[in-house]
Design a binder for this molecule. Structure first.
Ligand code: ZN
Length: 545
């Protein structure tokens, strides 16, 4: 017998079960009817082993009755999840929230790079596969369009397509940037960004934090170059940098104003793109971690934080390039101390750090014993990019507990990890984070080179880790909750079933915001995006009625 006593269940202020007590006898089928009239629980109690099953059904199915639309979408999801094309069809239309880890320069497909190279009259060096202005031992890039063999050769070195038995994925990936770099420099940056934003819009992404240019190259070079610290007099170095900030801030603002309008126009949405609906863009300032000079690193981080202080469109700092690089490893400690120093003095800005994009194949284990922890504790990372090597961290359980408690989210990039690190399936720590209730998001990283997109990241996650539709929605909610947007959250204490009272009925079919709700939305960018997402889920799920 299963005995239920005084069972209550609520969603925010909406109480769906109040003080329910009942007994289920062996062999008995019981159904609880939810407020929408949907049958929400059927527990078949036929043997001792069914106790767990019955309880599981109770916990799992009760919430569905309160959300009739979600129940029908879930049924559809379960019917398509074992067939990839069907699953793509379902997931492409599903609201995705945000892509929080996207490098613009790696998000372009090689085919479009070639178009840019041809338009810019560049040549192709078919020994290296790189575009160049040199005419020595090269052919016009346009020849690739009519020569299938040359085209295949180019695509093989400029992307992760197919198999690559003669080169490892790590080298192929990082070398790919060198192949199309010259073409990238020839393309209008707004055109590059528009490609990325349009693709995201096509996957039902509503918000992006893009790692890309936030100031003209010349202005950035002028502000960053030539800083000589000489020892560790970082106070003096910051004073030197402060004299350079005003010119950089002006240049950055003008640059982003123009980019805002140009990208919006090309995407076909009202400008500026940083505030328009249905897709909104913010920027993550990123700089390389592989330089030999830590003075240059100091200057680069200081510039990023200065831009952030001056412009709300730049919402975070990141460090990029291969983490296993010699200088990235050698300078890591100094780099973290520099970030800490500048973070303390420059408004404690949001930081996300690539950390633990490593395996034993690419790194001594000692590095992996503390890389993620130090990025959090010394580098002030509020989010971690990749986090693949987490299992090698010292005091693992304590670290995972800390990440759960402090809400330090992991930006998971499955396709990227499979291609670059050969880590996939049960080698990947996603289940470890999931078990430890560390929040995580799904991201594209470099969708052009990796030949993927955000829908496919969801498809791979579902097919590999057997996630439920309900859990998938919470992962999407993570992407806005842990975004670097300012303002209060829609949810109380990070609990997605605990909505602020003014929004208690937001998941209802015909919800309209009250005056109080509108006032709160006006005050918080994060809350606005979360409201948009919740309503997008309702509209998506209505299709399955
Ligand atoms: Zn990345």
């Amino acid at each position: 017998m299963i005995r239920i006593k005084h069972l209550c269940k609520s969603f925010g202020e909406l109480m769906v079960l109040k003080d329910v007590s009942t007994e289920i006898q062996q062999g008995e089928v019981v159904s609880i009817i939810g407020p929408s009239g949907t049958s929400i629980m059927k527990a078949l109690w036929s043997s001792k082993r069914s106790i767990a099953l019955a309880m599981f059904l109770l916990v799992l199915v009760v919430p569905l009755g309160a959300l009739a639309n979600e129940a029908t979408a879930l049924k559809e999801f379960e019917s398509v999840k074992y067939n990839e094309p069907l699953l793509i069809g379902f997931l492409r239309g599903m609201p995705k929230g945000a892509d929080l880890h996207n490098h613009v320069s790696g998000a372009i497909f090689a085919e479009y790079m070639l178009d840019a190279a041809v338009a810019s009259n560049l040549n192709a060096d078919m020994t290296t596969g790189a575009f160049t202005t040199s005419t020595v031992n090269t052919i016009p890039a346009s020849r690739l369009k009519t020569d299938t063999t040359l085209m295949r050769k180019f695509l093989d070195v400029a992307s992760m397509r197919g198999d690559y038995p003669d080169v490892n994925g790590h080298d192929l990936f990082f070398d790919a940037f060198k192949k199309f770099g010259p073409a990238l420099g020839q393309m209008e940056y707004s055109r590059i960004m528009a490609e990325v934003v349009k693709r995201a819009k096509g996957q039902n992404v509503q918000y992006m934090e893009l790692m890309g240019a936030v100031a003209p190259r010349e202005a950035m070079n002028a502000a960053q170059s030539g800083l000589v610290i000489g020892g560790e007099d970082w106070e003096k170095a910051l004073k030197t940098m402060q004299q350079r900030f005003p010119a950089l801030m002006d240049a950055s603002k003008t640059y982003l104003d123009k980019l805002d309008m140009d990208v919006a126009e090309q995407v076909g949405v009202p400008g500026p793109i940083t505030d328009s609906s249905p897709i909104k863009i913010r920027y993550i300032y990123s700089t390389s971690r592989t330089g030999k000079s830590t003075d240059d690193f100091f200057a680069a981080i200081a510039c990023g934080m200065a831009i952030m202080q001056n412009d709300h469109r730049v919402v975070g700092i990141n460090i990029v390039s291969p983490e296993d690089d010699y200088y990235a490893r050698q300078n890591f400690d100094t780099q973290m101390r520099m970030i800490d120093f500048l973070w303390q003095r420059m408004g404690k800005p949001n930081i996300t750090l690539h950390a633990g994009e490593l395996t034993l194949e690419y790194s001594p284990v000692e590095v992996m014993n503390s890389r993620i922890r130090e990025s959090i504790e010394m580098g002030h990372a509020k989010r971690i990019g990749h986090g693949v090597s987490i299992a090698w961290e010292d005091n693992l359980a304590e670290l995972l507990g800390k990440m759960h408690k402090e809400g330090i989210a992991v930006e998971i990039c499955l396709t990227s990890n499979a291609g670059i690190l050969k880590v996939s399936g049960d080698q990947h720590p996603l289940p470890l984070y999931r078990k430890a209730r560390v929040p995580f998001t799904l991201n594209t990283d470099d969708e052009g080179i990796n030949r993927s997109n955000l829908t496919m990241e969801f498809v791979k996650t579902v097919r590999t880790y057997q996630l439920s539709y309900v859990e998938l929605k919470d992962i999407v909610r993570n992407s806005i909750e842990y975004a670097f947007l300012p303002g209060d959250s829609l949810y109380i204490g990070g609990n997605y079933t605990a909505l602020r009272p003014e929004f208690a009925h937001i998941r209802g079919r015909d919800w309209q915001p009250s005056n109080m709700a509108q006032a709160l939305m006006a005050k918080s960018e994060k809350l606005r995006e979360e409201v948009t997402l919740e309503r997008a889920f309702v509209e998506f799920e209505k299709k399955f009625d």
